[in-house]
Write a protein of this length. Structure first.
Length: 283
């Protein structure tokens, strides 16, 4: 046996649920196409009337996700789109590239340096938050678009939409934790079988005796595989909810804590705490 992969984890989905999922395939395609259209806009919440439809589509996605219609790999892909919608910084088209993941879905990925994006976000922050003037139009011509300056007139529909997205992100972090625990259990099982191979029971029905002096599990190897889920590496990158090693996710949450809407601030803070405590949760 080997440690499970995301594909193995998703393969355990119930067959009857797959049948139901097929019936809603067109609905799921509509949801994803609509969200991809929203994230491609420079300012996703600029149209007040469209914001109402965006809220309903996000609510629909929320319900489909909670009813288990999305696999873990599909959730990770969808997360990148949702984060892009509520990200406070978006680079100009020249700084964005599209790529096709294993599912063939078009996902937009920023290739700009994270440090530059973070500094731009701070420098361009609206005066009501930091009390600092924004950059001049000339200086900001080549900078990523600061969406925060468009948020002064955001209404309750936009805030509720962002809150729904936060709930989806919370659900996805729970699924990721479940995967990490499943992965750890599979690692332990693999090591255990190597040390204690399955043997036939004795003639009297008793289990075979093991020599505890020679049967030692390789805890260092187990530790290395466990750390790979939280450190830098191929396994970790597969579990990240964005393409910047989790930095977009943190930038979005920190920006949401600056909103003048208590439920959104509370939800963002809860998600920040959960993000940094997932290692302890897994332990």
């Amino acid at each position: 046996p080997t440690a499970i992969t995301i594909k193995d984890y998703d393969s355990n989905l119930n067959a009857s649920r797959d049948d139901k999922k097929n019936k809603f395939a067109s609905t799921m395609d509509f949801v994803e196409d609509y969200l991809n259209n929203v994230v491609s806009e420079a300012v996703p919440f600029a149209n007040e009337e469209k914001n109402k439809l965006t809220f309903e589509v996000v609510s629909l996605a929320h319900n489909l996700i909670y009813f288990g219609f999305y696999s873990f790999s599909e959730l990770l892909r969808l997360t990148r789109t949702l984060l892009g919608i509520i990200d406070c910084v978006q680079g100009p088209p020249a700084m964005l590239q599209a790529y096709d993941d294993s599912g063939g879905k078009n996902v937009r990925r920023s290739i700009q340096g994270v440090g530059h994006m973070m500094s731009t976000m701070v420098l361009n922050r609206k005066q009501s938050v930091f009390g600092a003037p924004s950059l001049s139009a000339g200086a900001g011509a080549t900078e990523p678009l600061d969406r925060s300056k468009f948020e002064d007139n955001e209404d309750i529909v936009v805030m509720e939409t962002k809150l729904k997205i936060l709930e989806i992100l919370q659900f996805i972090l729970n699924v990721r934790l479940d995967y990490r625990i499943s992965y750890l259990l599979s690692v332990f099982k693999k090591e255990f079988v190597e040390v204690f191979p399955m043997q036939d029971s004795g003639a009297d029905g008793t289990a075979p005796a093991f020599d505890s002096t020679t049967a030692n599990m390789n805890l260092d190897r187990i530790g290395e595989q466990a750390e790979a889920m939280f450190g830098v590496g191929k396994t970790s990158s597969m579990l990240e909810v964005d393409d910047e090693g989790g930095r977009t996710f943190l930038r979005v949450l920190i920006h949401l804590t600056m909103h003048d809407y208590a439920p959104l601030v509370s939800g963002a803070l809860q998600l920040l705490f959960k993000h940094f405590s997932q290692r302890q949760e897994a332990v």
